[in-house]
Design a protein. Structure first.
Ligand code: PLP
Length: 346
């Protein structure tokens, strides 16, 4: 496939904003944005700045970095690169996907209502229902455009395709509805990645990632990321990132940044491999139902490929399903997704 959609934009925020995209396509930006050769040494690869603090010339006089919870050059490189790929003015990296989600939920106040997909990732549901207990939450089938939302809802949490049933939600439609009722539209783009789907261009306010998955791509790092277009929202999230402190270390940032360089080629291959696995499963007599979003008209409109995740049910129920998950060769029985090796889980 050629360079992807969305040329990015917006001004740099001195932290993780894009704005230095130079009109280049997706693959080029994945390799270069935020990653100029190191000015001190000429190193072509962004150094891992393993430092917690930075010398100051005089009180309050420094080169833009004071303390690594507030900012670290390796993290800045990652934030700029991923912001560019999401077409965002601002990017913020976190220690995990859930740490990123936690920061987003802290934008809300006591009693505010959140709508989330009935088929949202279980950890997201746990975070909202068991940790952010001062918020009220309602699970809604967001694939149904006419499903009612509670009056006064402040945030709608979209996941598309969903984990695990790969249901597709029309981002543009939900985002338009959010704007009409004054709610923030948050999209978890972990399953699609910015290579396949760009929620900000479809009207979303915040994009969330578990960069543990496709962005890192090699099962060797846990991380999270937020992309935002709005300056005020970015400022609030940047405050929370520093004030709460759920930040990634520089080596983790380096690993995600290295993974992102090959995101486009990996996603192309994930998509073609998954299509073959889905076709094989659909033809298999032991398989009851296959979930892969290739027949979705909405997916065809808002995604450039259908992703690398396939789920299925088997004839014979849970015992058979557990047996299948335990007996694969090559596929490893393990949690997570989005890396170069294939995994299966029940
Ligand atoms: N969002 C989705 C769709 C996920 O699948 C996951 C983890 O599996 C997360 C968020 C949470 O990310 P992390 O495990 O990096 O905290």
């Amino acid at each position: 496939m050629s360079d992807g959609p969305g040329s990015g934009g917006g001004s740099s925020d001195g932290g993780g904003g894009s704005g230095d995209d130079g009109g280049f396509g997706f693959e080029t930006r994945a390799i270069h944005v935020g990653q100029d050769p190191d000015p001190a040494t000429g190193a072509v690869v962004t150094p891992v700045y393993l430092t917690s603090t930075y010398a100051q010339e005089a009180v309050g006089k420094h080169k833009g970095y004071e303390y690594s919870r507030s900012g670290n050059p390796t993290r800045t490189a990652l934030e700029r690169c991923l912001a560019s790929l999401e077409g965002a003015a601002h990017g913020l990296a976190f220690a995990s996907g859930l740490a990123a989600e936690d920061a987003v939920l802290r934008l809300l106040s006591l009693g505010d209502g959140v709508v989330l997909s009935t088929d949202a990732y279980g950890g997201t549901y746990r975070l909202i229902s068991k940790v952010h207990t001062s918020l009220s939450h309602t699970a809604v089938d967001l694939t149904d455009a006419s499903a009612p939302w509670p009056v006064g809802v402040k945030m709608v949490w979209v996941e598309t395709p969903t984990n695990p049933r790969l249901a597709v939600v029309d981002i543009a439609a939900v985002a338009a509805r959010c704007r009409a009722v004054g709610a923030l539209c948050v999209v978890d783009n972990t399953f699609a990645t910015p290579y396949l789907q760009q929620p900000l261009a479809l009207g979303a306010h915040v994009v969330v990632h578990s960069s543990t998955k496709y962005l890192g791509g090699h099962s060797d790092v846990v991380g999270g990321f937020l992309a935002v277009a709005d300056d005020g929202l970015a400022e609030q999230l940047r405050f929370l990132q520093n004030a709460v402190g759920g930040v990634p270390g520089p080596l983790d940032c380096y690993l995600v940044l290295r993974g992102v360089k090959t995101l486009a080629v990996r996603m192309d291959r994930h998509c073609s491999n998954a299509a073959e696995v889905a076709a094989m499963l659909r033809a298999h007599p032991g398989v009851e139902e296959v979930f892969y979003p290739d027949a979705s008209e909405v997916a065809a409109r808002q995604m450039r490929g259908f992703g690398g995740m396939v789920s299925f049910t088997v004839r014979g129920g849970e015992a058979v399903a557990r047996d299948v998950a335990a007996r694969t060769r090559v596929f490893t029985l393990a949690e997570s997704l989005g890396a170069v090796e294939s995994l299966i889980e029940h």
